[in-house]
Design a binder for this molecule. Sequence first.
Ligand SMILES: Nc1ncnc2c1ncn2[C@@H]1O[C@H](COP(=O)(O)OP(=O)(O)OP(=O)(O)O)[C@@H](O)[C@H]1O
Ligand SMILES: CC(=O)N[C@H]1[C@@H]2OC[C@@H](O2)[C@@H](O)[C@@H]1O[C@H](C)C(=O)O
Length: 372
Amino acid sequence: MGKIRTAIGLMSGTSMDGIDVALVRTDGEARVERGPFLGVPYDPAFRDRLKLSLEDAKSILRRNERPGELATIERELTVRHASAVTEFLDRYALDRSSVDVVGFHGQTVLHRPDEALTVQLGDGRLLARETGIPIVYDMRANDMVHGGQGAPLVPVYHAALSGTIRDAKLPVCFVNIGGISNLTYIGGDGSIVAYDSGPGNTLIDQWVETNAGIPFDQGGMIASEGRIVAELAELYLENPFFTAGKRRSLDRNDFLPPSGTAAELADGARTLAYVAAASIIKSAGHLPVMPTLYIVCGGGRLNGTIMRDLVDLAARQDADVVSAEVAGFNGDAMEAEAWAYLAVRSLEGLPLTFPGTTGVKEPVSGGILARP
Ligand SMILES: Nc1ncnc2c1ncn2[C@@H]1O[C@H](COP(=O)(O)OP(=O)(O)OP(=O)(O)O)[C@@H](O)[C@H]1O
Ligand SMILES: CC(=O)N[C@H]1[C@@H]2OC[C@@H](O2)[C@@H](O)[C@@H]1O[C@H](C)C(=O)O
């Protein structure tokens, strides 16, 4: 057994709703003790600036370029992460010196796997100075250097957790319904197959924001009052992404929301919730075996309409769907916990990604260590 470290993971996902902070004690292998979690939301003004920064990012050709507002936003984002660490430590009465390492994801503003280009805002050296804790950051880049998609990286953590699932037999499939959704299949022999599976909440968020001025469809209530617009759903589900021979990781802008005239508010939300659920089942068709159990994490598990559709579609394949909590996990904390786990693996030089997870040529480690 390797050395057990105390690690904090920091995740700011594609939904751009805030910073997730989680603590894990781990050897970076099979030993995982999950600790507390805190979500620190962005204020609406900063969220708007982050979203606008996606436009500035479109002109980036090399990953260290920071055109337009990006340099200013990166600094502010990093300082906000440092404050989130302090809030977390204070909330749970934890001593800063007890934390061995922080895994820092930052904010993806551009992801073009076909050009081996992925850009996460987040200054690891500044975060190390601000927190006084060693930081492992930029964990996607080395995977791309070795021919990988640069995402998803959480699967190796799902694999570690799969050994601890209550009453479950392998194979099992973890589903993250974040802004974008991704799947991790753990086979009976422990093999991992993972990939991005399609749009998650991001289309729904943009739809209700534009048409109702609210950031997301709480509980899927708006969607629950609508009907599925079949032609609109088909437009999304016929995207070549779902039938391509090779699995491809997604950028937030790969799927765009419908135009305002495409549907009434509730019908649009209903249709996009269905698209989120159907994308998962469609993409699962590329797994070695159709799963019999889906464990759902990420904010989308709180959208009752997505979940009802997912349960119905999975039932047609004799599969069950449970939320992360039913399996004994925290569905909000999973990605932040994974970043803590990955930071420890990085320190140990263990692989973060595998041919079955990102399509990388061989298992590779990654991440840059910044000391305070
Ligand atoms: N109570 C709720 N009801 C419905 N939807 C919710 C609820 N809470 C969160 N969500 C949805 O979940 C989204 C956030 O999910 P999550 O934090 O898992 O995404 P992320 O980590 O930013 O994305 P990704 O995993 O793609 O990086 C919100 O934008 C919203 O759409
Ligand atoms: C480039 C990037 O940030 N991708 C995210 C995004 O959000 C979900 C999905 O697309 C996943 O591939 C990835 O995040 C998770 C945390 C991952 O790497 O596993």
